[in-house]
Design a protein around this ligand. Structure first.
Ligand code: ACO
Length: 328
């Protein structure tokens, strides 16, 4: 990659206290723990309180990441929040977070690439630092998916959860940091995964509410097929661009949507399970927050050492995908 070497200086995460278990879902829709566990690997997920919005979750994760990076709010010159559940249409969740943090010097914007949003955010922010425009950026994935989930639809309500993960990125010594990004999109698959109400196509009306257009719609099987194909190929492409091979991976940090999708990526990359972060059982699919939460937990658990090669990889609505190879 061109320009100054840029890498992750600190990580943080936050998940709400409230737990929604498979057993509780059995009381809400026609489903059971055995079906959910065998098809998805999910046992429970976290749910934000009525009072919590994505910026509140983002704030907690950001404070942790800034402390870990030894960076103050005044040191930040860019805030990027990847989310499909912004606090409101505008102002951006990034601007709301900027105010909460008191990061007065920071430019701030939201980025919408669904579950790939965090990788898209890293690619954007790291390029702006590598070019010399900025020094320290906060990149957050924050979601309150429970607020756009239909808890009468068993096809979707078993999958999603709430949470936030954050990193501070900045200049690192030569030979470390991000080595490649692989971003992609296929808008022809946009219909497969969407919230179609509330925007300029279908503004909020009694009709959009009656038709439940404010909730996530997902064609699960089609998304599954796409995910299985793209997770492995995006990771391989990121490695190729970085001049690395599958055998160089010390830790894979995949989007946590479904354990079967993660396992197919491990097979394609010839990786044993102990070289992969898995927490989908605890949090379900937290969209843009899932990769930074998984990364923060891996760091907390001491699974990441200086010089390790990490591959982050995700896919999501859009359809979109993103992967990055980096040296810790
Ligand atoms: N409990 C019990 N039965 C269920 C449930 C449930 N919660 N949900 C669906 N079923 C039924 C279906 O109705 C279907 O019955 P039918 O055959 O009589 O129609 C049967 O179980 C099998 O359904 P499938 O859809 O074939 O199940 P599959 O094995 O594909 O698993 C799943 C479904 C888990 C949704 C899977 O397709 C998947 O993980 N897809 C990808 C989801 C994903 O990653 N989304 C990303 C979203 S990210 C973002 O951008 C927000």
């Amino acid at each position: 990659m061109n320009g100054r070497p840029v890498g992750i200086l600190g990580t943080g995460k936050y998940v709400p206290d409230r737990v929604l278990t498979n057993e509780q879902l059995e009381q809400m829709v026609e489903t059971n723990d055995e079906w959910i566990t065998s098809r998805t690997g999910i046992k429970e997920r976290r749910i934000a309180s009525d009072a919590q919005a994505s910026s509140d979750l983002a704030y907690e994760a950001a404070v942790q990441a800034m402390a870990a990076a030894n960076v103050t709010a005044e040191d930040l010159d860019l805030i990027v929040v990847a989310t499909i559940t912004p606090d409101m249409a505008f102002p951006s969740t990034a601007c709301i977070l900027q105010e909460k943090l008191g990061a007065k010097q920071a430019a701030a914007f939201d980025l919408s690439a669904a579950c790939s949003g965090f990788i898209y955010g890293l690619a954007n922010a790291s390029s702006l630092i590598a070019s010399g425009l900025y020094r320290n950026a906060l990149v957050v994935g924050a979601e309150c998916l429970s607020k756009i989930t239909d808890y009468t639809d068993r096809n979707t309500c078993i999958l999603f959860g709430d949470g936030a993960g954050a990193v501070v990125i900045g200049e690192v010594p030569e030979g470390r940091g991000f080595r490649s990004f692989e971003l992609g999109a296929d808008g022809s698959g946009g219909e497969l995964l969407r919230v179609s109400g509330g925007g300029s196509r279908n503004p909020v009306s009694q009709h959009t509410i009656d038709e439940k257009l404010h909730y996530i719609y997902m064609a699960g099987r089609d998304v599954f097929k796409f995910a299985v194909r793209i997770m492995g190929s995006a990771a391989e492409e990121a490695l190729r661009k970085a001049g690395l091979g599958k055998e160089d991976i010390d830790l894979l940090v995949p989007h946590q949507a479904n354990i079967r999708i993660i396992q197919s990526a491990l097979e394609r990359l010839d990786l044993p399970e102990d070289k992969c972060v898995v927490n989908v059982n605890k949090y379900g699919n937290v969209s843009a927050a899932s990769i930074p939460i998984a990364l923060a937990e891996a760091v907390e658990e001491g699974r990441v050492q200086e010089g390790d090669v990490l591959v982050l990889v995700g896919f999501g609505g859009g359809l979109t995908w993103g992967a990055s190879a980096l040296v810790w």
